[in-house]
Design a protein. Structure first.
Length: 158
């Protein structure tokens, strides 16, 4: 019985050691680990920074300070909202989200001070295909049509 158990464990050890080598032989990347995307670096390059791949130290410090202030939920006025962060005023039905404690966004740019997390294509934007652009346009049109009721019944019949 002991020989069987020892032999079984030996085979398991051999297989466990061989699997990573087989994956490397097939050139499969090892993506194991813990990832964190806590950064103020935007996914796509903002229009204000178009054509600029990285920021200088002074520009980076100013950008970080501005983004940290703009996104800080504790600084939002619930009556006025925060239009720059996508929160409408309360009079327009706006509701503020949780306070800053609940967010795990970074407070710094990436180490290389890039202006977007996307670096290829060089424009720093998501490279949508023509079909994807058409779907987005159609979806936007449908949202406008569905969410805005007609002004009168007569306009529905026209």
């Amino acid at each position: 019985m002991k020989k069987t158990l020892v032999g079984g464990f030996a085979w398991l050890a051999i297989i466990a050691l061989a699997l990573p080598a087989a994956a490397q032989a097939r050139r499969e990347p090892n993506l194991a680990g813990i990832y964190s995307f806590s950064t103020v670096t935007p996914l796509q390059r903002p229009d204000a920074l178009s054509g600029k791949a990285v920021l200088s130290d002074e520009e980076a410090a100013a950008f970080e300070a501005e983004e940290n202030k703009r996104q800080n939920r504790d600084l939002f006025d619930p009556e006025k909202g925060q239009p720059s962060a996508g929160y409408a005023p309360r009079a327009q039905g706006g509701v503020l989200s949780y306070n800053e404690f609940w967010y795990e966004r970074g407070s710094k740019l990436t180490k290389d001070k890039r202006t977007s997390l996307i670096y290829d294509p060089p424009s720093g934007t998501v490279p949508f295909t023509a079909a994807a652009r058409a779907r987005v346009a159609l979806r936007s049109l449908l949202i406008v049509v569905i969410t805005r009721p007609p002004r009168s019944f007569a306009s529905c019949m026209a």
